[in-house]
Structure formats: C-alpha cells, structure tokens
Design a protein around this ligand. Structure first.
Ligand code: C5P
Length: 227
C-alpha cells in the first residue's frame, strides 16, 4: 500500500512527460520524481569516476551510493547536484540521454535505483515521470498515463528544448539518436518502455502543454485524487 496517492506519466523521449509532469506536480502541490534524471546521473557518475563503461556492477554501486539533490533555482528553473557538484546543464545533453539509456538496460542498475525512486512517494502525493513508473516502480499507482506523440513531433520538441539550452544539434541527427534510444528502451529485457495495461494513453501530437495538463488534471479529478 503506497504512503500517498501516485500518478505515473510514462512515455518515449520528447513525448512531453517532463514538462507535463512538472506542470501537474506544481498545480496540485505534489512531489515530482524525474526518474530519467537518476539514470542520467548514474551515467555521469560513471564517467566522472572513470569506471569501466561496460561494468554494470560498478554502475549499480554508484546508483546506490551517489548523493543526488534536486532543487529549484530562484528563477524557477531546476537545479540538480551530484555529490555536491552542479550538473544541471551537463545531464540534459542528448549525449547524457544516450549514456542513461545504456546504463538503464542493466538490471543491476535498475534494481539499485528502485528503493531510491519509491522513497519519493511521500504525502501529499507523487507525480512520477519515466519509462517504467506504471509497470514496475509503482504498479499500484492511482492513475497511470502513457504519453505519446509522433516521432517527427518528438524530435522537433527535443530539438527546440536543446536549442533553448544553447546546444547546437542538427534535427536529422537528433531524430536518428532519439529513434535509436527509443528502440533500445523498447526492446531491452528489463522494464522495457511500454504502456501498462491499465494506463490512459494520451497522444499529445498537436496539443498544447495546457491542453495535456488539463486532460491529466481531469483524469485525476475523475478518480477523486484532486482537488
Ligand atoms: O526521460 P529521460 O530522457 O531523461 O531518460 C533518459 C533515459 O533513461 C531513457 O532513454 C531511458 O533509457 C532511461 N530511463 C529508464 N527508465 C525510466 C526513466 C528513464 O530506463 N524510468
């Protein structure tokens, strides 16, 4: 039995999960779990500690012991720290996403992060964003959303996001990288990206952030999770 109500939002990269999860959590005043950031941090911790990039055990140890901190800057932007170091910009590159997807395929790393992720479920409630939130980490969640969008729209969104952060990446190259990452996430043996059988699927193609956020809030209200 979960300690608090939980809404999970899963989906492929660029589907808008991060933006929607943050908007919903802020609106209802619940905690937010950005599980992708944890996988990005494990990959980065591995690089910084110069561990063998093919060693799942060493990465699982880092996943268990790394000190992570998620905060909000005075301008409302996110701040992420790894062992005290500000890595906010570093973990958001597409290269960091690729590194995350590589370490995320190892069962040892996934189980090392399980307890850490579940610890985010504290009152008044949790919005959990990821790939396996509704299937593995919180199978008993009160509401499960699976967010999708066409591959073209997802690549465009990621492209804009990266450009806004000052990263110069070509759209065709990014589309290929995202397609590769999705394929790896969908076909890995452990906790592959897929909708839970009881998930509500929302196709966000052509929809505004406000429209998708509103739809999630409606579904929460229908389940008496909010207001
Ligand atoms: O969501 P984000 O793009 O930050 O996730 C980075 C990578 O981390 C994903 O491509 C996926 O391989 C992995 N991930 C995962 N399970 C999650 C969240 C992210 O495997 N719950």
């Amino acid at each position: 039995m979960a300690a608090c109500p939980i809404v999970t939002i899963d989906g492929p990269s660029g589907s808008g999960k991060g933006t929607i999860s943050r908007a919903v959590a802020r609106r209802v005043g619940w905690h937010l779990l950005d599980s992708g950031a944890l996988y990005r941090l494990v990959a980065l911790a591995g690089t910084l500690a110069q561990v063998d990039p093919h060693d799942p055990g060493r990465h699982a140890a880092l996943a268990q012991h790394m000190a992570v901190w998620f905060g909000t800057r005075s301008d409302g932007g996110e701040e992420v720290r790894l062992d005290g170091r500000d890595v906010t910009a570093e973990i958001r590159s597409e290269a960091a996403g690729q590194g995350a997807s590589r370490v995320a395929a190892w069962p040892e790393v996934r189980s090392a992060l399980l307890g850490r992720q579940r610890a985010f479920a504290t009152p008044p409630g949790l919005v959990a964003d990821g790939r396996d939130m509704g299937t593995v980490v919180f199978p008993g969640a009160d509401l499960k959303i699976f967010l999708t969008a066409t591959p073209e729209e997802r690549a465009l969104r990621r492209h804009k996001q990266l450009k806004d952060k000052g990263s110069d990446v070509s759209l065709p190259a990014l589309s290929r990288e995202i397609a590769g990452r999705d394929l790896r996430d969908q076909t890995r043996k452990v906790a592959p990206l897929k909708a839970a059988p009881d998930a509500c699927v929302i196709d966000s193609t052509g929809l505004s952030v406000e429209a998708v956020t509103g739809r999630v809030l409606e579904l929460m209200a229908a389940r008496r999770l909010w207001p």
